[in-house]
Design a binder for this molecule. Structure first.
Ligand SMILES: [Zn+2]
Ligand SMILES: [Zn+2]
Length: 367
């Protein structure tokens, strides 16, 4: 039965209100189109060559910007795979258990075969009460979407969507292309903006569009460049916005660089292996979003024993949905290029974590 009543009406109203920031951006983009194409290029520009060149370049940047914005908005966030959800019997068992240690025992047993390596601040298995699942690493519950989102970065009101594993690349490209779009407008509009102040423009309504276009584009350029710069830094460090604020907790403790594999591997984790797709808003991120390679080679005693050698690892991937190691086949090459790795090292010292005790691991030094 479809939910009805005042609460569902309220929820629907709220959902409509969430679209207001997207509507706001869309209106600004539509106006900027009118101001730039009609008023600046067609009405004001006199040189026909400049006019054509400007129109072609403008539409090129607009296309990339709108495409990546669209993909960021309409790509559904990914939720944890069914393996992470509690079975009916597990749910019953958990409800019977009192809160605290015995409940943790149940969760620990459930998480045993899952590639879960992060814990809560108190060292407990991360569990979402609301979705009734063991949270995969880097997954968080979004209170706006009311769902657990894989590799959640943040909930962005400007795209009315959660930015996470499924659309993080699109979000980065959206920032990059919207910045380029604004910078292009600033560069094209600059000479006419100067003419505006030196009374070199004819007294038409175009001159006011040209003035406001410059102000708006310059203002957005400043805010977008700082946001884009921050996210570039996050990609280099392999951190989500949430992780930048609160470092992930592993069994041995907090480690803000726990997921960092070095600059080039961090970049490839988001953008994929094929460089020809890096600049296009098509999904090429590596992995499944449920498990992530970590630079931590110390074995978790509660997880099943780790296979050594690539052949065993590949076989176990074919047979099990979750191999007894933190890596999926699609991700394992992120960690090791030489196809030999060994996680059975009990050493938790940082220097040794970074592959010194393991020749198969080539991890660049983090600062
Ligand atoms: Zn949840
Ligand atoms: Zn959300």
């Amino acid at each position: 039965m479809a939910p009805s009543g005042p609460s569902s009406v309220r929820r629907r109203c709220r959902r409509c209100l969430y679209w207001i920031p997207v509507l706001f951006i869309s209106i600004i983009v539509c106006w900027s189109y009118y101001a730039c194409v009609i008023q600046l290029c067609i009405v004001t520009m006199e040189n026909i060559g400049e006019k054509i060149l400007c129109l072609i370049a403008y539409h090129f940047f607009l296309l990339l910007f709108v495409w990546s914005y669209w993909k960021t908005i309409f790509t559904l966030p990914m939720n944890p795979a069914k393996e992470f959800h509690l079975s009916y019997s597990d749910k019953e068992l958990l409800e019977r258990e009192p809160r605290g240690e015995s409940q943790q025992d149940v969760l620990r047993r459930m998480a045993k075969d899952l590639p879960v390596y992060t814990r809560t601040m108190s060292g407990a298995i991360r569990y979402c009460d609301r979705c009734q699942l063991v949270k995969p690493d880097r997954c968080h519950h979004c209170s706006v979407c009311d769902k657990c989102i894989l590799k959640m970065d943040h909930h962005c009101p400007w795209v009315n969507n959660c930015v996470g594993f499924s659309n993080y690349k699109f979000f980065l490209l959206f920032l990059a292309y919207s910045l380029l779009y604004c910078l292009f407008i600033v560069a094209t509009d600059l000479q006419y903006f100067i003419k505006f102040w030196t009374n070199g423009l004819p007294d038409t309504q175009a001159k006011f569009h040209i003035m406001f276009l410059f102000f708006a584009a310059a203002m957005f350029s400043v805010s977008l460049s700082s946001l884009f710069g921050y996210h570039c830094w996050l990609v280099c460090k392999n951190r989500s916005t949430l992780e930048a604020f609160r470092a992930p907790v592993f069994r041995h403790g907090t480690d803000k660089n726990g997921f960092s594999l070095g600059f080039s591997k961090n970049l490839r984790q988001v953008f994929g292996d094929e460089q020809k797709y890096w600049l296009l808003p098509v999904f090429t991120s590596l992995g499944d979003g449920c498990s992530f390679p970590t630079c931590l080679v110390n074995q978790d005693p509660e997880q099943a024993s780790t296979p050594t050698g690539a052949n065993t690892a590949t076989k176990s991937i074919e047979n099990n949905p979750f191999p007894a190691k933190p890596l999926r086949e699609s991700q394992s090459h992120l960690l090791t290029d030489s196809q030999s790795w060994n996680e059975n090292n009990g050493n938790s010292e940082k220097g040794k974590l970074a592959g010194m005790s393991n020749p198969g691991l080539t991890i660049e030094n983090e600062t």
